[in-house]
Design a protein around this ligand. Structure first.
Ligand code: GLY
Length: 370
């Protein structure tokens, strides 16, 4: 019986790829591939620039470490380049005092104004200090990684069902039996399965309402800059600029917690991005606009993902990656492969699975003086 992957976004494809290259029969069920966060994100690999901490930083660092080999696998299986760039990320600050208290400051190189200008020629005058994280980078998720993953899955025999909506997870005595779906023709059917993985992104909570996952809308845009005009990603407060190899500049992103699943661009959101561009790299205001789009980050109360077992035996979770989906795709796919295939996991991997279990949201708070 095939493993069902519920959701054809980045997590779904990354996991389908890992399972298929380990000889599993895999079927990916997806409603509308264009709404997947993997097509919407900027593709930053930024555990340090994002200022992560605790277990989330550890998870991000482990994924970052594994990304080059993971990308090599995908490129070898697909014959398509993923657009990985280890270009480093600069976080600018208004003062060195702000820089020195940044949570990941110990992992970065401290920059003063003149070092900042050397790293980012043309950076706006409001920034007096910075942190350079050479180890962070980016991947061209929208144009390359998603296509490479799709190609490698198809070549490895993964079956795709598009336009299909998963309506219900069917269980008996807390054991997975399958899923109830509405197919592209509008017909209802039940697909039997012993193992399935929930990777429906921001929509995961609609399928299993007990999962604390809600959407955080992000609006974005892109500009066409000259090739090599910006050597590194700039991660400013509220706006970041991600330069692709061909000069395309991906600009993100609003973070709208109240918007729910409201579609569309807003003048306020777009003005926020324009103001961010002007402050970070004034010359980019004159670069021609290319595209504008929006998407929904899947967020949890502590902004960390839900990974591993669910309350239903046979149903696994790979959801809720919030701002860090592209970064965490490699480790998520490998951890979940480990769970589904009952592979031996290292102590570090086990401790991360436990840290990101859905159960952390249902555990009783510890008494204060325990
Ligand atoms: N990773 C950046 C964002 O979600 O906007």
């Amino acid at each position: 019986m095939a493993v069902l992957i519920l959701g054809g976004g980045l997590m779904g494809l990354a996991l389908a790829h890992q399972l298929a290259r380990n000889g599993q029969r895999v079927e990916v069920l997806s409603r509308r591939r264009s709404e997947a966060a993997g097509f919407v994100a900027a593709g930053m690999l930024a555990p340090h620039a994002e200022g992560l901490s605790g277990d989330l930083l550890r998870l991000g660092q482990l994924s970052l470490e594994r990304i080059p080999a993971w990308v090599e696998q995908i490129e070898a299986d697909s014959g398509v380049s993923c657009g990985l760039r280890r270009c480093g990320i600069v976080v600018p600050f208004a003062s060195s005092a702000e820089r020195d208290v940044y949570p990941t400051a110990p992992w970065g190189r401290a920059l003063n104004r003149s070092a900042l200008e050397r790293e980012i020629p043309g950076i706006g005058p409001g920034w007096q200090a910075g942190l350079l994280f050479e180890q962070d980078g980016q991947i061209d998720n929208r144009r390359q990684l998603m296509r490479a993953l799709e190609r490698s899955c198809v070549d490895l025999g993964v079956r795709f069902q598009e336009g299909l909506e998963v309506l219900e997870v069917c269980q008996e005595n807390s054991r997975l039996q399958g899923v109830r779906v509405r197919n592209a023709e509008g017909d209802l059917e039940t697909l039997k399965a012993e193992q399935a993985v929930l990777c429906c992104g921001a929509w995961s909570g609609q399928l299993l309402p007990e999962l604390p996952i809600y959407p955080v809308k992000g609006q974005m845009l892109s500009l066409q800059g000259p090739r090599e005009a910006l050597p590194r990603v700039i991660f400013g407060p509220g706006t970041y600029l991600v330069p692709r190899e061909d000069g395309l500049l991906v600009v993100g992103a609003t973070s709208e917690r109240e918007a729910g699943f409201t579609d569309g661009l807003t003048p306020f959101g777009q003005r926020q991005l324009q103001a961010g561009i002007a402050a970070l790299l004034p010359e980019a205001k004159h670069w021609p606009p290319m595209e504008r789009w929006w998407g929904f980050r899947p967020c949890t109360p502590d902004e960390g993902p839900l990974l591993g077992a669910s309350a239903i035996e046979g149903l696994w979770l790979a959801a809720g990656h919030h701002r860090n989906g592209v970064l965490l795709a490699a480790i998520t796919a490998q951890l979940l492969r480990g769970c589904l295939l009952a592979e031996p996991l290292s102590a570090d991997e086990q401790s991360l699975l436990s840290a990101f279990s859905y159960e952390r949201f249902s555990r009783e708070p510890r008494p204060l003086n325990a």
